[in-house]
Ligand binder design. Structure first.
Ligand code: SF4
Length: 351
């Protein structure tokens, strides 16, 4: 029997709705027609977000051998009990739900473990611009290729242009889809771009940004927006980075490198830091991954614990404009897999 369920797209922080269609054998996506964020559209990344979950893992792995979950959880607790808490670090990412983030933070705080939330050198920002405010701004300053990387917010920038807004875009790339609709384009450092536009920024402006060159840059952008009364919309690379940042302050790349260098045991919750962050993760004595599908970090982890995927999970994500959106399980790929919250509970009982 064909079933259709609604959920949220996990592939960027816009927070689009997506429909999941299953017939018992196959599984696919199509746009969620009545969702207020994307109004019946999903980009290619969103439509393909299902592909990775077709290769999900169901068995725990300890030292490259499959094992049952209870033994792997015993092994995790043994490792954690054998080390000083200040040598144990937990990485929590924007791939986790708000409820998982709360459980991960509480687990780290209870046991005095270090906690890292990393957002590509970006941080949280109070009162972000709403997507409708992007459309109604008279000047839109864009840092990054929003039309290509966050297309359903890019669409709002196109609407702003149709409404008569001036679009001024900056990117580190020389070829950018956003440049195609911009009135002015540049390839400046972010700091220089902000200094360059300072005289034009006012309370009818919005800055939409999806990268910075350094942690210091982020404050520079945020300060410039506040000083001019302009709005700021920060597009994070992960669906719930804004939720993660409301639980813990972002670390800079330098802070993260320093913390990782002093870590003996690293627990990574649903993130692929080995692929995304420039650090020799093989130098960490014990790496433990909690993941729905094998990624580069899991491949070099001594212990891998399977967790429920976004498709099987429930909870909430906070999108880039700060809206908390609930979602329910959309598919049951593996009935026996536990959620991160259940796994954390079992580990904590053994500590
Ligand atoms: S814009 Fe982002 S949230 Fe929307 S469908 Fe594309 S990847 Fe998913």
């Amino acid at each position: 029997m064909v079933e259709i369920k609604h959920t949220l797209c996990p592939s960027c922080s816009v927070g689009c709705g997506v429909s999941i269609i299953t017939d018992g054998n196959d599984i696919g996506t199509f746009p969620y027609k009545r969702h207020p964020v994307n109004e019946g559209k999903n980009c290619l990344n969103g439509r393909n977000s299902i592909e990775i979950y077709k290769n999900r893992i169901t068995d725990a792995i300890v030292s490259n051998s499959q094992t049952d979950l209870d033994k792997a959880i015993d092994e995790v607790s043994k490792v954690l009990k054998s080390k000083d808490s200040d040598k144990i670090t937990v990485i929590c990412s924007g791939n986790n739900t708000n409820e998982e983030i709360e459980a991960i933070k509480s687990f780290a705080d209870t046991n005095n473990f270090n906690l890292i939330v990393y957002a590509d050198n970006m941080a949280d920002f109070d009162e972000p611009a709403g997507y409708d405010e992007v459309e109604s701004s008279s000047k839109v300053f864009v840092i990054g290729d929003i039309l290509y990387e966050n297309p359903l917010v890019g669409r709002r920038i196109v609407h702003a242009k149709q409404n008569g807004a001036e679009i001024i875009a900056n990117d580190k790339k020389t070829k950018s889809v956003t440049f195609n609709i911009a009135d002015e384009c540049s390839n400046m450092a972010v700091e220089d771009f902000i200094d360059n536009i300072a005289g034009k920024l006012d309370d009818t402006s919005v800055i939409v940004i999806n990268y910075v060159d350094s942690f210091k840059d982020f404050d520079h952008v945020a300060d410039a927006a506040k000083a001019a009364g302009a709005k700021l919309l920060v597009m994070y690379s992960k669906c719930n980075t804004k939720g993660a940042l409301s639980a813990a302050d972002a670390k800079s790349a330098d802070e993260m490198t320093e913390m990782l260098s002093g870590t003996d045991v690293l627990l990574v919750f649903n993130d692929d830091v080995a692929d995304e962050f420039d650090f020799d993760f093989k130098s960490v004595p014990t790496l433990i991954s909690f993941v729905p599908c094998i990624n580069e970090t899991a491949k070099i982890s001594q212990i891998v614990i399977p967790v429920k995927s976004w498709l099987e999970n429930e909870g909430s994500f906070t999108n880039a404009m700060g809206d908390v959106q609930q979602f329910a399980p959309a598919a049951a790929i593996s009935e026996d897999i536990l959620s991160e919250i259940e796994i954390i509970g079992q580990i904590q009982e053994k500590l």
